[in-house]
Structure formats: C-alpha cells, structure tokens
Design a protein around this ligand. Structure first.
Ligand code: GAL
Length: 693
C-alpha cells in the first residue's frame, strides 16, 4: 500500500472565514428557475453554506453527444455563490444519458447470469468499459475547463457512491480486466492456481485467459472462495481505477481543487474496501443513513468512528444523511423528535467538519419523492425545516467557539474492522452462514459503550497498535503481516481482546494449520480444535450455550481443547446437555510478553459482551468512567493539540432521562436542560449536550 494523498479540504469563499460546511445535495434541474430564488433565500435562513450540484445532471449537461449546455448550471452557481453559498461540484458522470446507452449498449453492466442491466434507474454502467470511460473523461474535461476559474466551486464531487448499483459486473470487459488484475497481482498462472487452491474440483488453469468471473454455477453449488475473495478485491479496485481516472482528468485542469467521492461507510455497508479508497481521495466523505430501531444511535456513532479511522483522524465530510425517512427501505421510518439534530452532532463529534444531507428540497416527482429533505413537501413552515435552521445556528456557534481547530480525541481502545474479513465471512460453504465479521465490531463498540468506554473503530491497515487496548472481533483473515503486528503489540505490553472466528485464514483464504487461531495461538494461549456452531434450523440441535458468568452464546462457539500454562479461564460453558462442552473454557486471559490477551471463544452479542467486560477490563487493567453513568451516555471529545479548545459531546443512549455533571460551558443543548447552580444537566432521550471545557 502506498501513502495517503496529502489531505486537502475545501476552502471558504473569498472573504469568508472557515465554517463547518453545512448543506446538502441540490438538484435545481428538477425545478423551474423561479424556485431557485426561494431556495437561496431559505438556504441563507438555515445557515447553509455549501451545496453539491449536478450529481445526476449528465443528460442536461450534454443533451446530445458532444453538445454541452452549462448555461443553467452557470446561472444557479452564480446565484448560490453571490449569496455566499459554496459549491461542491459534481463531475456529473454518475449516470449516463439515454442517447449514450442506446448508441452503446456495451457500456451496461451484466449480472452473474448474463442479464444486462438496462437503463431506467441510475449507475447502469460498467467500470471496465473503455467506451464509457472515454465519455466520462470527456465530460470531466469539459466540466473542469468550464469551471476551473469559477470562484464559487470549492471542491469536486467525483461521480457518486461508486458501486452502489454496479459493484459487480460479469461482462466480457470485466473478464479481460480481471485477467489483467490477476496477472499484475500474481505474475504467473501457477501462483493464481496456488492462491485459489485450484487443485480442488479440477479447477486448475493453464493460462490467464482461462480466468473467468465467478458467473452462475448452478444454484446450491459452491464457488471457489479464493477466487471470490479476489473477485471482490478486483471489483473494488476496478471502480477505484475508474475514480482515479476521473479524478486525474479533473486535476489535470484544476490542480488546486480538492477532490472527493462519497463513500458508504456504515456498519453493514461493506461493498468496497473504503479503507483502501481512503488513500486516494484528498478528503474522505461519507453518506450515512440511520438504522431504524434500537441500534439507531450506536450504529451511527460506530460508523462515524470508522469513517474517522479511514480518514486517519483528518477531518472528514458527511456528504449525505437524512433529515428523516429514506425511500428505499421496505418500511421507511421517520426520525423521532430531536434525532435530526442529535444525529448530525454525533457525526460532528466523531470528527466530521461538514454536515450535509440528501437533499435540499424534497422532490415532487421521481423515485425519491418520498425521501425526506431539508425543505420537505410541507414547505418551510414545518418541524423539519425549523430543526434544520436550529442545527445551522448550532453549527455556526460551535465554529465560532473553535470547533474547527479540533479533532476527535483518540480513545484508549481500538476496535479493528477489516473489509476483507467481512468478504471472506460472506462466502458459502463456511462453518455457519450465521457468522459475519461486521456484526462483531459493532457489538464490541456497543458493549464497550455500555461499560463507559467510547472506542475508536480502526481499519486493519490503520494504527490500531498505538492504542492501550485492541479488539480483534471475528477478524477471519489475519495476514502474516497483521499476525506479526499482533504478536509485537502484545509482547510490548499491549492489551488485546480476540474473539472466535479470528485468524482462521491468511489473505489467500488458506487455513492457518495446527489448531485455531493458527497464526496467533501463542499470543492468546488457547488452541481450538473444532467449532461448535449453533442454530435452530433442526429440532433439538444446539441453539445456545450458557456461560458461568451469566452470558449466553448464540450461533457460534469454539471448542477450546487446551489452555497454555500462562493462561487462565475466566468463564466456561455450563451445558449439562452438551457433555463435550460442559465445563469447557469459553473466555480466557493469557500473559504474553509484557502484555495480556483475552480470548472470547463464543458469539456473546452486545449483551453477553457487556456482561463479560467488567471482569476482563479489570484483568487487563483498563479503567472506565465513573460507575454511575456507565453506558447511559456516550461521551465523545474533540480537542486541539494544545487543549485550548476542548469540547465534550454527551449523547443520551437510553430512553430515559440521563442526568450528568456539567464540567464546562454549555454551548448546545438539544433536548437537554442545564441546571446552572448545580452544574448538572438533564439530557432527554435523543438529546445531546455540548460543552466547552
Ligand atoms: C444515496 C445517493 C443519493 C440518494 C440517497 C437517498 O445512496 O447517493 O443520490 O439516492 O442515497 O438515500
């Protein structure tokens, strides 16, 4: 992996001071021009200072091949800029116009059964099409030429959510590109044969030309997992190469303008390797949509923390989230009162310096007309717009108080996340289909928060070994390099938590032999000979396992058959019925070098982990916050290097009122009442309090 591109952030319009960027996607091309003036007026009222335009405007920008029309866009950018609203300008290339796909159906992506994805929605192009690339680069050049000196354009928004609808393409273009990718990666076909274990089922190949995408193989059959893993890597890389070509086309003409493309980092959003993508953007930007229900806030905080990890603690840009319901779930829940402000402040707390929405004005027609916006169908006389205005004022206040000088304060605990481990756990023909990597870092993040610790979510390539404590949660893949880092980390005094399903395979998806977790058995001091998956698809099958510490395991347990002399058992299974497991070790702690490693050999879920953690935190010597507010409130801090500006964000995670001590000057209180004389505050459910120390 090479170096990250130097960090570059969109700069304020001439004469303006730096603000927290605030706004959203703006689609003026969906509205008659009379509406634009009202838009600008309302934006000013709401404190909006940036909008993203022209994301899906290709058909209007190039209505016929080679015929460009920038007049409308010039007019709208001018109106915005003169009102002090900066523009994050799209390359416009996210969705090709109809004339192009009619003339060149060979740019459409193909699914694994060979069906062609037809126009009718968006992003129906294939990343490996030279024809489509050529068209896209032409538009990038035109846009850059036309807007290179425009003083209101502060950044480039390249394409949109790459891979959102076209992550996998099984076309012949993709086949050729996959062969070349494999050749670059492996050099010889024998190396590919070895990596994919093709001695199995007569899959050996003689030449790179025999490499085909993992197309339809018959229902119920099992695709070669090594090939699948590389296919996912290749698909992420093919889109990344496309992005880089678009970025460079813009850069060639506008070298000074910062560039980004909006990621989709969320707990379950694992289509592309965003950590790898993070190396290639000037600043990281993210689209996050809340998970309805009880995980809403925690999942958001987790995802925002992962985004901060991908950005390596540089400021990042929340490009999209929603003021309320989306349109793309089967049931589109609205947000509860207070959540609009709270959600945005949670992203901000976690290191974002920009708060933007999809979208400014709610559409009146089209597939997204039921998606919430900053200006809803009801118009500005609405709770949503009032909240949007309140938030705009809060953001200005926080910027005035120096928030932009600060970054998310590093936690003492890193929870490690790995896109490739997620990809490997998604394959079929695994010990159980119930285990996926991504659920575990989230469960740990939540269980740590339940114990008063706000963790940082750190990608496996990132600097997790610089934390006091590290969690490796079902990190199925441990490369030789990562195994070495783990060993060194603990040997040098690190405090490590490792769970079941970690370190099973190397980066080729080959099993580390000799008992699990093969490459770090000595570090954790246990040896697992077999797995004990659980389920209820057969009557009488083992459905769960109780632990002596009161936790309950579901879905998966390890059969730990030996524990090193340097290790001891903290909890074991209590299961008369399952004699092989009754009394077997479930959770252990090992001394290794100057450090300690706890091993959690079963899926305990958030609750079971929360219950198991106090004893483990104590054994490993990790201090948590005061007993009384454990878990009720998520405490997130942002500070500058000298600590002159130090902000504390307190979010109520519960459905009850949380009473907290107030240590500094309260700046923002949303659904929170401060009692000045007693130096306390009552934070309502969905409420947040921001204080400056
Ligand atoms: C994003 C996309 C936006 C809009 C939004 C709706 O995936 O980038 O254009 O569709 O979802 O939630």
């Amino acid at each position: 992996m090479t170096e990250h591109r130097p960090f570059k952030w969109p700069q304020p319009l001439a004469g303006n001071k730096p603000r927290i960027w605030y706004g959203g996607d703006y689609n003026p091309d969906q509205w008659p021009e009379e509406v634009w003036d009202e838009d600008v007026e309302l934006m000013k009222q709401a404190g909006v200072n940036l909008v993203s335009v022209a994301i899906f405007s290709w058909a209007k920008l190039e209505p016929e091949e080679g015929v460009y029309d920038f007049d409308w866009l010039d007019r709208v950018i001018d109106k915005l800029g003169k009102a002090g609203i900066a523009v994050d300008l799209a390359s416009g290339t996210a969705s090709p116009p109809m004339w192009m796909t009619q003339a060149h159906p060979e740019i459409l992506w193909v699914d694994y059964r060979g069906d062609v994805c037809q126009p009718g929605a968006r992003q129906h192009w294939r990343a490996t099409s030279p024809v489509f690339l050529d068209y896209a680069l032409k538009l990038c050049h035109k846009m850059a030429e036309h807007y290179k000196d425009n003083p209101y354009v502060v950044s480039w928004h390249v394409s949109n959510e790459y891979g959102c609808h076209n992550r996998f393409d099984y076309s012949e273009d993709a086949e050729r590109a996959f062969q070349q990718w494999c050749e670059r990666k492996y050099g010889t076909i024998d190396a590919v044969n070895d990596a994919w274990g093709t001695a199995f089922w007569a899959q050996r190949m003689n030449d790179f030309s025999e490499i085909i995408p993992p197309r339809f193989i018959g229902d119920g059959n099992f695709m070669n997992p090594g090939k699948l893993l590389d296919w996912k890597r290749f698909s992420s890389d093919a889109l990344l190469d496309f992005y880089k070509a678009e970025r460079d086309a813009l850069l060639e003409i506008t070298p000074g303008k910062p560039q980004t493309t909006n990621f989709m980092v969320s707990a379950g959003g694992t289509g592309l390797d965003y950590d790898k993508w993070g190396y290639d953007v000037d600043f990281v930007s993210n689209d996050h949509y809340f998970t309805p229900g009880e995980a809403h806030f925690d999942e958001l905080a987790y995802s925002a923390s992962l985004c901060d990890g991908i950005a390596r603690k540089n400021p990042w840009f929340l490009m999209e989230h929603s003021t309320s319901a989306v349109n793309w779930r089967p049931i589109n829940y609205r947000v509860e009162p207070g959540e609009l402000v709270r959600d945005s402040l949670a992203h901000l707390a976690m290191g974002s310096d920009a708060i933007c929405y999809f979208q400014w004005r709610q559409s009146k027609a089209g597939a997204e007309k039921w998606h919430s916006s900053m200006v809803p169908h009801a118009g500005p006389d609405s709770q949503i717009f009032r909240d949007v205005c309140e938030l705009g004022a809060d953001l200005n206040k926080l910027a005035d108080e120096g928030l932009l000088e600060t970054k998310l304060v590093k936690s003492k605990v890193a929870v490690v996340f790995d896109y490739e481990s997620q990809w490997a756990t998604e394959h079929t023909a695994t010990p159980t289909q119930e285990v996926r990597h991504w659920t575990e870092p989230l469960a740990w993040f939540r269980a740590l928060a339940d114990n008063g610790l706000t963790a940082d979510v750190v990608p496996v390539r990132g600097p997790w070994d610089q934390y006091e404590a590290v969690v490796l949660p079902s990190l199925a893949i441990l490369s030789e390099e990562t195994s070495r880092r783990v060993r060194e980390y603990v040997a040098n005094g690190g405090k490590l938590f490792v769970t079941y399903y970690t370190g099973l395979v190397d980066e080729k998806d080959h099993v580390w032999l000799g008992g699990y977790p093969g490459s770090i058995r000595d570090v954790v001091g246990v040896r697992v000979e077999e797995f004990a998956p659980m389920g209820n698809d057969f009557p009488g099958a083992m459905g769960h396992l109780d632990l002596t510490n009161g936790a309950v395991a579901h879905d998966f347990a390890d059969v730990i058959t030996s524990v090193a002399d340097t290790a001891h058992v903290v909890a074991s299974f209590k299961a008369d019925k399952w004699t092989g497991l009754n009394g077997a070790p479930a959770i252990t702690v090992n001394d290794f070098g100057d450090g300690k490693a706890a091993y959690v050999g079963a899926r305990l879920g958030r609750e079971g982990l929360a219950k198991s953690l106090p004893a483990l935190l104590e054994e490993l010597g990790i201090e948590t916050s005061a007993e009384d507010d454990r878990g009720e409130v998520l405490r997130v801090e942002r500070a500058d290097a000298t600590d002159e500006n130090h902000f504390v964000f307190l979010f109520n995670r519960t459905h009850d009122v949380a009473v907290v001590d107030v240590e500094g000057e309260p700046l923002v209180a949303s659904l929170a009442q401060v009692n000045e004389s007693e130096h306390t505050a009552a934070i309502q459910p969905n409420g947040v309090l921001v204080v400056k120390l």
